[in-house]
Design a protein around this ligand. Structure first.
Ligand code: NAP
Length: 334
């Protein structure tokens, strides 16, 4: 193991916020009982916010961001893991209050790690990352919760907002694979071909869902995955049919939601919050094992951009402006 390794470090000194890829020593890593040699990380919307200014999520500086990573255990003081195990980390506030995956080595609490299913590679696990795990949660809630848990009618027509994004694009693919007729909401007409190739059947421009919603609109959707919040979510709720479930996971447009109780009390619509950060290890293991069945990595491959730690610094501002599409994975050893 080399004495020094590369990491992207952010720092805040009074008003001055800096980000820099630099060489650091192992003693810099201060949390956790399992040392992982990182293969890949990813860039999620939350990572972009943290890279901008810490987003009030980072409490101590200097700090290593990166809310996801995959790699191989190098050393472990945790009985659940041994050297050589291939592992995945998403959430648990790693990259926020604990050092994250924008580093060639990461040290974390072993209870945060899951063993990588053998059906997927460490690279593929980061093609999914938090975005994929969240999309899996959303799709299972919007479709299978109504059909299997609530013994409801079949979920056929579904809508996914922010469809070109990490969560949105993966939700399109998963819901299509689960047999739904997927309508993708995107602000980027140029992405229709790509979204079609991963399973979208119909398209709506985001601008059509930013009007002030009526309390109830024509019911169009059996289920929904919303990644943007605000007016778009309010319109989706008003357009959801009887007993439909709307899985809300994001706020790419707005944290506010201005709606009425009508979809809930007249149609029995359910607004189901999704949080991927603290879900239990049991559910994580279940979802990661489903991933290989529901994700066609060959189809995603064309839209994956593999970037270096240095390149992250160019990409995150574009992500914050909604100018990126698909998934960026970070090869920390590039
Ligand atoms: N709850 C959780 O556990 C969890 C987990 C992961 C992510 N999230 C949240 O989910 C959201 C999406 O995350 P992500 O990683 O997929 O981000 P992303 O890759 O940046 O995708 C966001 C997408 O939302 C759309 N969008 C962006 N700005 C918008 C705006 N002002 N108005 C309307 N649409 C806009 C764009 O889609 P188009 O280009 O198609 O228009 C963009 O591609 C974020 O808010 C993130 O924080 C939550």
């Amino acid at each position: 193991m080399a004495d020094k390794f590369k990491a992207l470090v952010v720092n805040q000194e009074s008003e001055n916020f800096t980000r820099e890829v630099k060489s650091i020593e192992h003693s810099f890593l201060k949390h956790g009982d399992v040392l992982v040699k990182v293969d890949y990380s990813g860039i999620n919307f939350k990572d972009a916010l943290i890279l901008k200014n810490g987003a009030r999520l980072v409490k101590e500086f200097p700090h290593i961001p990166g809310i996801d990573f995959s790699g191989k255990v190098e050393e472990s003081k945790n009985e659940k893991f041994k050297s050589g195990d291939e592992v995945i980390l998403t959430g648990w506030r790693v990259g926020e209050i604990y050092f994250g995956g924008y580093s060639q080595y990461a040290k974390v609490n072993g209870d945060f790690l899951v063993k990588k299913p053998k059906e997927i590679t460490t690279r593929q696990s980061m093609i999914l990352g938090t975005a994929g795990l969240t999309a899996l949660q959303c799709a299972f809630v919007a479709k299978l919760t109504r059909e299997e848990l609530l013994l409801g009618e079949k979920v056929q027509d579904v809508i996914v907002t922010g469809a070109s994004g990490g969560v949105g694009s993966m939700a399109v693919m998963i819901l299509n694979k689960l047999g739904c007729n997927v309508t993708a909401v995107t602000s980027k007409d140029k992405n229709h071909e790509y979204l079609k190739s991963i399973g979208a059947k119909n398209f709506i421009n985001t601008s059509e869902l930013t009007k002030d919603p009526r309390p109830l609109d024509k019911g169009l959707w059996d289920g929904a995955v919303d990644t943007v919040g605000g007016q778009v979510l309010a319109n989706v709720l008003a357009q959801t049919k009887e007993t439909g479930i709307v899985a809300s996971c994001g706020n790419a447009a707005d944290i506010k939601l201005n709606t009425t109780v009508m979809p809930f009390i007249i149609r029995g619509v359910k607004l189901w919050g999704i949080n991927s950060v603290n879900i239990s290890t049991v559910r994580r293991n279940f979802l990661w094992n489903e991933a290989s069945k529901l994700i066609d990595f060959n189809l995603l491959n064309n839209s994956i951009k593999e970037i270096s730690l240095e390149e992250v610094l160019d990409i995150y501002p574009k992500m914050l402006k909604g100018e990126t599409s698909g998934r960026y994975i970070i090869n920390v050893n590039k």
